[in-house]
Design a protein around this ligand. Structure first.
Ligand SMILES: [Zn+2]
Length: 204
């Protein structure tokens, strides 16, 4: 069962196209697994469309707002897809790059104009990432396994959003390796000298 969801403001930003592409990908993957967020995203997209249509170049009709709200009442979110597990075997056959013992990465989107990148990261049971802070947003969706950090436990489909206020050390839990889709803007800020030494290897 999915317990961690992106903020409503994130769903709206995703629908409005104002999220960096890497973060939007993570949100859309989460929404593909989460009927509640799929419905929220569909509603946000529909609301955006209706509001854009209501934008008149000159003065709006007095009843424009009432009519817009009335139309929103009739917006029917797209049917939510049934949650499906990722094909972990297929994921595991991809081009992984080992970056540390028990940790491998697969870059999916290179750093773009927003200084954001998208990667798959795969962590062996019991292994932890570097303890780190953030100089920008980080959005994660768990595709297999479980990880824990200072804020809680995250399992299949869970979405985690962090900002510059959080420092954490995610660790893979349980018997299964943990595979996450992760978008990072700017860079992780390692808390240890070892972390600072290996961060360039991660490229994150
Ligand atoms: Zn959700």
């Amino acid at each position: 069962m999915i317990r961690h969801h992106p903020a409503e403001t994130t769903l709206f930003a995703c629908a409005a196209g104002t999220l960096p592409a890497a973060h939007a990908e993570v949100i859309r993957v989460h929404a593909a697994l989460c009927p509640a967020c799929a419905a929220g995203l569909a509603l946000a997209e529909a609301a955006g469309g209706v509001l854009l249509e209501a934008l008149a170049p000159t003065a709006m009709a007095e009843d424009a707002l009432a009519r817009t709200l009335a139309r929103l009442d009739h917006v029917v979110p797209a049917p939510a897809p049934a949650p499906a597990r990722f094909d972990v075997a297929a994921l595991a056959s991809g081009r992984w790059r080992r970056v540390a013992p028990g940790i491998a990465m697969m870059p999916l989107l290179r750093r773009d104009a927003t200084d954001s990148r998208l990667d798959l990261i795969r962590v062996a049971p019991g292994r932890a990432l570097l303890s780190h802070g953030h100089s920008g947003a980080e959005t994660t969706c768990v595709l297999a396994g479980t990880f824990s950090d200072e804020t809680g436990d995250y399992g299949f489909g869970d979405c985690m959003e962090t900002d510059t206020a959080l420092a954490h050390q995610p660790r893979a839990r349980g018997e299964e390796e943990c595979i996450c889709l992760i978008a990072v803007t700017h860079h992780l800020q390692p808390k240890s000298w070892l972390g600072r030494l290996v961060r360039p290897l991660l490229g994150m």
